[in-house]
Write a protein that binds this ligand. Structure first.
Ligand SMILES: [Zn+2]
Length: 313
């Protein structure tokens, strides 16, 4: 079956720089653009036009982040403007999924978001565990989808090498958002233990499966089939929208990671996420780029991921 797959990109995403030699660099997106062209996928995806108005984007950001956090990001020049633009792109994707302009979408955004919470301000030495993130794009998209539309239950899966501590924080007590993360055990940011299952009414709706150094396709796929799918079933979770925090630093040959997920592995994970979406919510999948620091490898993994979103195998 062929899908209409949206694609979010913007020239501003290429301008934000954390300094020469920093792994979270514009080269990442340049490599993706180039591989999308090389593979011909750039002519198959639908580029999204940014129509959503800024006040709506700000309102959504405020659903997740504190005034203090927002002030710290907006005070950081181009980084702050780019971070806003990343959220804007992701929320446009929610709009276009809701209006059925697209079936699913990949958002090639920078900066990433899944470590963002409100536990410190940027650039003043107080930031704790926020990595290269500013606003939590995926978490904001989930809250926006709930508040603006009839998407009340959101499934958020995070296959980045690092634990999505910001996303866990945002929904830890919330039974309407199921958060599932695979990540390195004992790595940055030092969170993501399996005993963290959520709290109060949200107990059972947060699932952390840390994996050891060297984890490959069969390890991550087993985490899905043996732990994640049964956990979803246990709480009878039927999502209205599936959001992927698509980090590709879990790929083989990543300079910041020690996993060995292959491009075929990402294709299989994508297919499994789509199977859940097909079963529960007419295939609605919103995928947001998180990490991935070997530009060429990242680009190949993204092409594999987007091919499956388009309906390939
Ligand atoms: Zn990461």
């Amino acid at each position: 079956m062929k899908n209409t797959t949206g694609y979010v990109s913007d020239s501003l995403y290429l301008k934000h720089s954390l300094g020469i030699g920093h792994p979270e660099s514009p080269e990442r997106l340049k490599a993706i653009e180039s591989e999308m062209k090389q593979s011909g996928l750039n002519t198959k995806v639908v580029p999204l036009a940014f129509e959503i108005e800024d006040p709506r984007v700000w309102a959504a950001i405020k659903c997740v982040h504190s005034e203090e956090h927002i002030a710290s990001v907006t005070g950081s020049g181009t980084a702050g403007k780019t971070a806003f633009r990343a959220v804007k792109g992701v929320l446009q994707a929610v709009d276009d999924i809701y209006t059925q302009k697209i079936d699913n979408v990949f958002c090639a955004v920078r900066p990433p978001g899944h470590h963002s919470h409100n536990n410190g301000a940027h650039f003043d030495g107080r930031s704790q565990g926020e990595g290269f993130c500013f606003y939590n794009n995926a978490a904001i998209a989930a809250r926006y989808a709930q508040k603006r539309y009839t998407f009340s239950r959101i499934l958020l899966v995070d296959w980045d090498y690092h634990h999505g501590n910001g996303t866990e924080w945002a929904f830890y007590g919330d039974p309407e958002v199921f958060f599932f993360s695979t990540h390195i055990l004992w790595g940055y940011p030092g969170t993501g233990f399996p005993e963290k299952k959520g709290e109060g009414a949200g107990t059972g709706y947060n699932l952390n499966i840390p994996l050891p150094d060297g984890a490959g396709d069969s390890d991550i796929i087993s985490a899905w089939t043996d732990a994640f799918l049964p956990a979803l079933k246990k709480v009878n979770f039927s999502p209205d929208l599936v959001i992927i925090s698509a980090g590709f630093d879990s790929r083989e040959e990543d300079p910041l990671g020690t996993f060995r997920i292959t491009d075929d592995g990402y294709a299989r994970l994508t297919r499994m996420a789509m199977d859940i979406a097909d079963k529960h919510c007419e295939g609605r999948v919103l995928s947001v780029l998180e990490g991935g620091y070997n530009p060429e490898g990242l680009a190949k993994a993204v092409v594999s991921h987007v091919s499956v979103l388009l309906g390939g195998s």
